[in-house]
Structures are given as structure tokens and as C-alpha cells.
Design a protein around this ligand. Structure first.
Ligand code: S3P
Length: 269
């Protein structure tokens, strides 16, 4: 191949060859995407695991070993990582044509799980609190201090309104999103609501050094969390399509439960 390329001496000649390579690449990429769709159908039909991260690693290793010229190995690996991401996006759009909405008390792990799931399934993440913080250029604490809770709640509903009409998102909500029934009906339009449950003690252990929660800042104890939890439990339960007891689970295990939930949704159709 190298010899053949060395024989090209004009810019036009080189570009002509590049155009030919591009056509071949497009044709092959199209074929790859069709095959990925076929894989999804077969996985759905045979109820096989949807996400298999080890398979991605195997592909990358095989690809890198196939590259003849070591100078290009890293570049080709990078391109392949992007190709696989795009294929995963295609897969998630097809398998999850709705939003995965994470709700639960402060400290239940919604934001971390949101990031984890977003990477695992290549689904865009919207973290409602982060969105508000960026929009206002203030921390949640500052918004509460300067404008008060009722202003924050209005902003929160506005952000939910803007986000919930979209599809195939991971939406990580603030713990108080369930307080307004309008938020829940908006989120349910295109979403499945997952309630991440945790005991007051677990939450206390996670939150006791944290000062970013205005509602707990000056009153952080297991009994205060327990009281707030009991006030809200009914709302979380009423909103949830699926509940997960997270106290003794790792983020991977929680993620797996959500993937199993998604698989079950596909079977129900
Ligand atoms: C709140 C939870 C917070 C944040 C705000 C109010 C609540 O989000 O929206 O401090 O009422 O439970 P996290 O649950 O992400 O901490």
C-alpha cells in the first residue's frame, strides 16, 4: 500500500484517491450501522443483555492489533472509540425512546448515577440543579439565599418544562422535584421515573460533611432527614415507575437494575 501511495505525485491524484477511500468508508460505515441495528433486534428478540462493555474492549483491542503501521495505531483507536460511541447512541435512541428520570432524596446518588448512565448508554444528561446553577451563575445555596425557595421552585419547574418534552435523555432532578405535581406530570409525559431510595442513616452519612444543600445546612441530623423523608415518601412513591433500594448497592449494580428495567420495558411493548 505504501508503495502505491508513494507513486502518487500530484495533489489532484492524492485527492482523487482520498475521495475513493471516503466512498468506501461511507459504504462500510453504513453497513456497520445496519448491522448494529440488527444486533439490537436480535438482543431484543432473544432477551440478551443490552450493554456489554467487555465486547467494546475486545473490538478496540482487535482493531488496534490489525493496524499495520504503528504510527497510526493511536489515531485509528481514537476514531474507533468515536465510531463505537455513535453506534451506542444509535442503540440507545432505539432502545430508550423516552427519558430516564432520576428522583430521590438529597444524597441518594442521582447526579453520580446520572453521569454513570449517560456514559454507559451514550444518552445525553440533563442535571436540573446544574442547569439552574449555570443559568443563574450561582450555586444552589446562593439562589436560595438571594431569591428564596419559592423562586428556586419556579425556576425548577421551568427547567423541567423545557427538558421534559425532549426524549432519550437522562434527567437527574433535585430532591424536591416531587413537591410540585406539575413537575411530575411533565416528566411523565416522555419519561420513566426511577426513585433512588436510601435510609435516613445512609443519607446522613453521605451528607454530614456537605454544605451544598440549603435545606439541610443548619439542621443536619438523622431525625431531621427522617422527618423530611416521611413527608416526601408518598410523593416519591406516587411518582415512581420503578424503585431501587440503593443502601447496599454499588453504582454499577444500580445501573444494572436500570438496564434490566429498560429491557423489561421493551418486552412489554
Ligand atoms: C432539594 C434538593 C437539592 C436542590 C435543592 C432542594 C430538595 O438537589 O434541588 O437544594 O428540596 O430536596 P439534590 O437532591 O440533588 O441535592
Amino acid at each position: 500500500m505504501q508503495k502505491e501511495i508513494q507513486q502518487i505525485t500530484t495533489l489532484e491524484g492524492a485527492r482523487e484517491q482520498i475521495d475513493k477511500v471516503d466512498s468506501a468508508v461511507v459504504e462500510l460505515l453504513e453497513k456497520r450501522l445496519r448491522l448494529v441495528e440488527r444486533v439490537i433486534d436480535i438482543k431484543k428478540r432473544d432477551q440478551l443483555p443490552i450493554y456489554q462493555p467487555h465486547r467494546e474492549l475486545e473490538i478496540l483491542e482487535r482493531i488496534t492489533n490489525r493496524v499495520e503501521n504503528d504510527t497510526y495505531a493511536q489515531t485509528i483507536k481514537e476514531i474507533y472509540i468515536e465510531i463505537m460511541k455513535s453506534c451506542k447512541r444509535l442503540q440507545s435512541r432505539y432502545l430508550v425512546p423516552y427519558n430516564i428520570v432520576l428522583v430521590g432524596f438529597m444524597g441518594a446518588g442521582k447526579s453520580s448515577l446520572g453521569k454513570y448512565l449517560s456514559g454507559l448508554m451514550e444518552m445525553p444528561l440533563v442535571d436540573i440543579d446544574e442547569l439552574l446553577s449555570e443559568r443563574m451563575k450561582m450555586s444552589i445555596n446562593q439562589i436560595f439565599d438571594v431569591y428564596g425557595e419559592s423562586f428556586f421552585r419556579k425556576m425548577e419547574t421551568h427547567a423541567v418544562y423545557e427538558t421534559s418534552y425532549r426524549k432519550n435523555l437522562i434527567i437527574s432532578c433535585g430532591g424536591g422535584v416531587v413537591l410540585n405535581p406539575e413537575n411530575i406530570s411533565l416528566l411523565k409525559q416522555n419519561g420513566k421515573i426511577i426513585w433512588l431510595k436510601a435510609d435516613a442513616e445512609t443519607l446522613y452519612n453521605r451528607l454530614h460533611t456537605d454544605e451544598t444543600r440549603p435545606l439541610l445546612k443548619n439542621n443536619l441530623s438523622v431525625s431531621h432527614i427522617d422527618n423530611l423523608l416521611s413527608e416526601r415518601a408518598e410523593r416519591y412513591a406516587g411518582a415512581a415507575d420503578f424503585e431501587i433500594d440503593t443502601d447496599h448497592l454499588s453504582i454499577e449494580e444500580i445501573g444494572q437494575q436500570i438496564i434490566d428495567f429498560i429491557a423489561a420495558q421493551n418486552l412489554e411493548k
